[in-house]
Design a protein around this ligand. Structure first.
Ligand code: NAD
Length: 297
């Protein structure tokens, strides 16, 4: 299939590599030329603009940071929507707000295009190993069309329901992730103060009722999970700035729907403080160092 892939950052680059590996014909674009060069060497065609990338695509996949980037990419005079061929499918994989997601669905449908919101979970390792979870919102027919391609970048593809429900799932998922990363960090620090080694606490917690992804797959202390960012000075990964963005999306959504999420609000507030220390570009698991007062090694 001819695929236009736009947004080649921490997630998009390994996702695009997997599609190339599966034999698809890729045209790629990013504002940053470095990942474009990497993919060109692997057989992708570089595009000078997003419009050029999509003009004869059968499928468009985008994964950029925030809602404002999605609006800039798709909408307005410079946007790609008017240049995507009829019958092409769009999978928008960024984690963004529901309002922008619904706007994009409306605009795409007006242009006669199939679209799903398809945010992902699983981190950079999941993107590299093609083991991501895709949370998909959109019509059943459109889901059936995109699912086989998403399946080449992930191992769990869930149709969550109508437009925007993929984002709803992702926002709720990451609110749990933000809270559990803080709780897991607190537990490792307390364990250390109580004379319990991080290895022993990991051995217990990873198989007991404390078990969660922040411990077993993305452990905030170096050692127990060799692939976690803790082993490389909290190099992202998933930046603290991105986690703060996602927690704001959750808290905004809670306000809009008159829901209450005091733990989500607290996690947002703590990530805000952490980011204000100048660490917003570090991995979100680096919050453990800040909770420890900077003393944690
Ligand atoms: P990133 O900042 O590493 O990459 C984003 C890329 O988009 C950058 O290369 C940037 O140059 C490019 N970009 C921005 N605007 C663009 C435009 N108009 N045209 C072309 N390229 C453009 O971000 P990331 O970590 O890859 O995350 C991307 C999205 O995926 C975010 O919404 C994030 O919340 C979500 N996500 C990230 C992770 C993770 O672990 N990093 C996990 C799940 C979901």
């Amino acid at each position: 299939m001819k695929i236009a892939f736009i947004g080649l950052g921490h997630m998009g680059l390994p996702m695009a590599k997997n599609l190339l590996g599966a034999g698809h014909i890729l045209k790629v674009f990013d504002l940053n030329p470095d990942p474009v060069d990497i993919l060109t060497k692997l057989g992708a065609t570089p595009s000078p603009s997003a419009i050029d990338a999509v003009k004869d695509a059968e499928m468009v996949i985008s994964i950029v940071p925030e809602g404002e980037h999605v609006r800039a990419l798709y909408g307005g005079h410079e946007g790609i929507l008017d240049h995507i061929p009829q019958k092409a499918m769009i999978a928008e994989c960024s984690t963004i707000d529901i309002t922008t997601t619904r706007w994009l669905h409306e605009q795409a449908e007006k242009s006669g295009l199939s679209i799903v919101d398809a945010p992902v979970s699983g981190g950079v390792t999941g993107a590299e190993n093609a083991s991501l979870t895709f949370m998909v919102g959109g019509k059943e027919d459109d889901f059936s069309k995109v699912a086989p391609i998403l399946n080449q970048m992930g191992k769990k593809i869930v149709h969550c329901g109508a437009a925007g429900t993929g984002q709803a799932a992702k926002i709720c998922n990451n609110m749990v992730l933000g809270v559990t990363m803080i709780a897991s960090s607190e537990a490792f620090l307390l364990a250390e103060k109580l004379g319990l080694s991080k290895e022993k606490f990991f051995e217990v917690a990873s198989g007991s009722s404390a078990q969660n992804w922040s411990i077993t797959s993305y452990c905030p202390v170096p050692g127990p999970v060799p692939t976690s960012p803790a082993n490389r000075d909290y190099e992202a990964g998933f930046t603290a700035a991105m986690m703060l963005k996602d927690l704001k999306l959750a808290v905004d959504a809670a306000q809009t729907t008159n829901s209450s999420c005091p733990m989500g609000v607290e996690a947002m507030s703590l990530y805000n403080l952490f980011c204000n220390t100048g660490e917003s570009g570090k991995d979100f698991s680096g919050i453990i160092r800040w909770i420890a007062g900077g003393g944690f090694k």
